[in-house]
Structure formats: C-alpha cells, structure tokens
Design a protein around this ligand. Sequence first.
Ligand SMILES: NC(=O)c1ccc[n+]([C@@H]2O[C@H](COP(=O)([O-])OP(=O)(O)OC[C@H]3O[C@@H](n4cnc5c(N)ncnc54)[C@H](O)[C@@H]3O)[C@@H](O)[C@H]2O)c1
Length: 323
Amino acid sequence: MKNILITGGMGFIGKFLVRKLLSERDYKLTIVDNLSSSKADEQISANPRVKFVNESFEKWTPPTDAKYHQIYHLTSPVGPLGVLKYKGRIGEMILGQLYHAAEFAMKMDAKLLEISTSEVYGQQPDNEQEGQREDIDKIVPSNLTVRLEYGVAKLLCEIVLKNLSRDNKLDYICIRPFNIVGPQQNGDLGFIIPRFLKQAALGNPLTVYGDGSQKRTFTHVQDFVDAIFLVMESDRTGEIYNVGNPNNVTTVLDLAEKIKAVTKTSSEISFVDPVAMFKDFAEAWNKIPNIEKISAHTGWQPKYSLDFIVKEVAEMGESYLIN
Ligand SMILES: NC(=O)c1ccc[n+]([C@@H]2O[C@H](COP(=O)([O-])OP(=O)(O)OC[C@H]3O[C@@H](n4cnc5c(N)ncnc54)[C@H](O)[C@@H]3O)[C@@H](O)[C@H]2O)c1
C-alpha cells in the first residue's frame, strides 16, 4: 500500500483530490493543513485511511520512520485577494514551502507534484486560437505588482525543481492551473465565480473590473483533480502541464450576464476600477490554455461546461460563501 502526503489537503482543490484518492486507490493519506483558508472536513478526517495534521507545513516534520511514495504539494497563498494579504512575503512563503516538500521527496524517493499557476505567462501577446503553450516560460510583466510577485514565486519553484532534479534525480511534475472552480470554493479569496454569486445572492451589484472584455476560461475542480491524478500515476517526470478548459472561454462581462440569468437576481452590473477598491490589486490578462500536451501524454480531456459549472455552484446555495 502506498503512503501519500498532501499539503493543503483540506483546501478547495485538496478535498476533491483526497476524495478521489480514497475512492480510486487503497492508499494511506497524510494531510498537513493549518486551515488558514479552509475548514476541516469531518468525513475526511474521520476516515481510517487518513491522518490529518493541523499544522503549518513549513514547521512540520514527518515521523522519523515515515516513507511517502507521492507528495501532492498544494499549500500556498491563493486567489486575487488571498495573495494581497501576504504581499512582500509571498516569495519566501511559496518557495520555502516548496523547498520543504522537495527535501522530503528527495530523501524518500517520492514523486512530487507542485501546483504552479497560469500567472507564469504574465501578459503574453494574445493568441486565442492556439492558447498558451507550456514552452512559454517567461513572465512578460507590465509593472511590479503583487500578482507578479505571486507569478514569479511560482515560476521560481518550477526552476528550482528543474535544477534540483539535475543533480538529485528528483521525480517531479509541475501543473499550471487555469481558473479552477466548483462547489465550496472560498468566496473570500477574490475568485470571480463565487464573488459574483455572493453579490447576486445579497442583491448587490456584480462588480466587473474595467470594461469586462478580459477573457477567462473555467475548469471544474473534478476535471482538475482527474488530470493531476493521471499525471502523478503516470511514468512522466520533469514535465510541466497546463490544466484548463479551452472550451469554456468567456469574457468577464458575459460571465456576469450568465450569472444574472442563472440566479435571476435583481442585481445590476457595475463597472469598477479594482485598484480604487483594493490597493495594490492588478487585474489579469486574457487566460486561455493550450492543453494538447497533457491530452497527448495522458488522454485527459475536461468534461464540464461553463453552463454546468455556474448552475451547479449556484444551486449549492450559500455553501459557496464558506469553505
Ligand atoms: N483555485 C485555482 O484556480 C488555482 C489557480 C492557480 C493555482 N492554484 C494553486 O492550487 C493550490 C491549491 O489552491 P486552492 O484553490 O485549493 O486553495 P485553498 O486556499 O482552498 O487551499 C490551500 C490550502 O492550504 C492550506 N495552507 C495554506 N498555507 C498553509 C501552510 N503554511 N501550512 C499548512 N497549510 C496551509 C490552507 O488552509 C488551505 O486548506 C495552491 O498552490 C494554489 O496556488 C489554484
């Protein structure tokens, strides 16, 4: 039986991943999570195959006889507002935690999966037809924002893993997610779908940043964990993969209209300057992935449409307001 370590396993993505691992494999799971942006799931922590440690990952060391075969590393500040809280410290936090996980992986010969970000593409020239390919590995910044601090920190993790693997045979994979959404995403971190749904539920204006012409594409969290499970279980190593759903492209304004229609809210749409609302905020560029690489390597294809995602999350009622 394999032992799996999941850092941040009580978070939004972590809980879906844990449920998948428990249902697909007979593995034993250790979750380290300090619940700084989530709540513990009692069903998960009560499972006899799960050991839940409520502690900050950077301070945690495994028992001396522990041996993990796989490490899913998910802890990180996340979300447009979630990262603003940690400005100036994001690099230290993200890199420090990644290095801690990489040390265990090297010591135990475990395969390490790092969740990077689509922010590593920065403001690339628009290429909606092709989408963003993994071989683009340089950030094209317009200015030194907190968003850039987050993107650069995640890119540095990718570089560190590559360089460590050259001398230490580190077995690792990096994933670049594109707007992962689904039930019970924390509504306080600034993610756009829970934010619009919260505003619609409260009858407040749906606040669209700028003119709303910026494009996004949304990926169901179940599709996402299916993808990362496939690459972790494969023989692939040292690879970077985009994980997103290029079929779900929408402008932010069209998304707001869709949410108004689904929720039948009386809320209006209002166009705002996010920087006036949140100091140091920077809005993202168009974000559309090219997923040919992961599809060719694993056969993975996303299944859930944007209409399904919006309806499902809206129908969960106010549970999207909390994690
Ligand atoms: N959701 C997305 O669209 C998205 C997009 C890009 C990248 N990611 C990445 O995916 C990963 C998971 O994101 P998520 O959406 O599930 O976020 P989340 O905030 O729901 O989950 C992160 C979990 O890590 C825990 N955590 C944070 N710092 C910790 C620490 N120092 N020690 C122990 N636990 C800690 C939190 O309590 C939380 O449970 C992150 O690495 C994030 O950067 C997510």
